[in-house]
Design a protein around this ligand. Structure first.
Ligand code: GTB
Length: 220
């Protein structure tokens, strides 16, 4: 049975693939696993039926038979465990790839989320301009360390893995900030991830949702 994931009926990112169904779609594409998508509105997300799947009333969720999951990182890990190609078979290499998944979510992403909060929710605060360089510098610190570790390699630890998928997905959220452009090997790393055929299929699928929701009259 093909799994079903949930995604925004109308994504606020306007099809640029920053919502968290995108990395889940990407993992499914890398795994060659066909999937169904159920689109949910912001109000439906907060209804009991959706909250039974996702306690925080968010997307994405993942349903497969009698298994229901939430949290994109956990969903990607599940997909990677059940399918070949996203985690190495060697036990130590596998543990390292999983470590990179955690590093993406718990070391790299937090300052990036701080920046998003600053840009979306704190723009009108009198201290916004003063705080922004501090947030930028915290991200720069993480990128510098990651850049040092990546060096001239294509991927973080040998072959492409779920660790790279998660890391590239987190780093993509920096695109609009310009901070990625300051670190050429990280910028190239993200571009390498985005050039993968599985990424392109996932991106096209989520973009198609956005395109379909556009009112042609409004576009004129
Ligand atoms: N930790 C959870 C996970 O990784 O799955 C976080 C899930 C989450 O943040 N879901 C968001 C959501 O459902 C969508 S992805 N929000 C609705 C709500 O909370 O009511 C986050 C997101 C939203 C919008 C953009 N954007 O517009 O660029 C990017 C990312």
């Amino acid at each position: 049975m093909n799994p079903t994931i949930t995604a925004f009926e109308q994504s606020p990112d306007r099809g640029i693939g920053l919502a968290r169904d995108m990395p889940v779609r990407w993992a499914l594409e890398e795994a060659g696993q066909p999937y169904n998508v159920r689109l949910v509105s912001f109000s439906a997300m907060k209804e009991p039926a959706h909250r039974a799947l996702h306690p925080f009333g968010q997307i994405p969720t993942y349903e497969e038979g009698d298994l229901a999951l939430f949290e994109s990182g956990s969903i990607i890990f599940h997909i990677a465990e059940r399918n070949a190609g996203l985690l190495p078979t060697d036990a130590n290499a596998r543990a390292r790839a999983i470590t990179w998944m955690f590093a993406a979510l718990s070391t790299i992403e937090p300052p990036i989320l701080e920046l998003q909060t600053a840009m979306i929710l704190e723009r009108d605060e009198p201290w916004h301009k003063q705080r922004l360089p501090l947030v930028h510098d915290r991200i720069r610190g993480r990128l510098a360390d990651l850049s040092q570790r990546l060096g001239g390699a294509d991927w973080l630890d040998g072959a492409f893995s779920a660790g790279d998928l998660q890391m590239v997905s987190v780093l993509r959220r920096l695109r609009r900030s310009g901070l990625l452009d300051e670190v050429p090997n990280i910028s190239a790393y993200v571009a390498r991830g985005e050039a993968r055929p599985a990424f392109k299929r996932a991106f096209a699928a989520q973009l198609a949702v956005f395109t379909a929701t556009q009112d042609p009259a409004a576009a004129q």
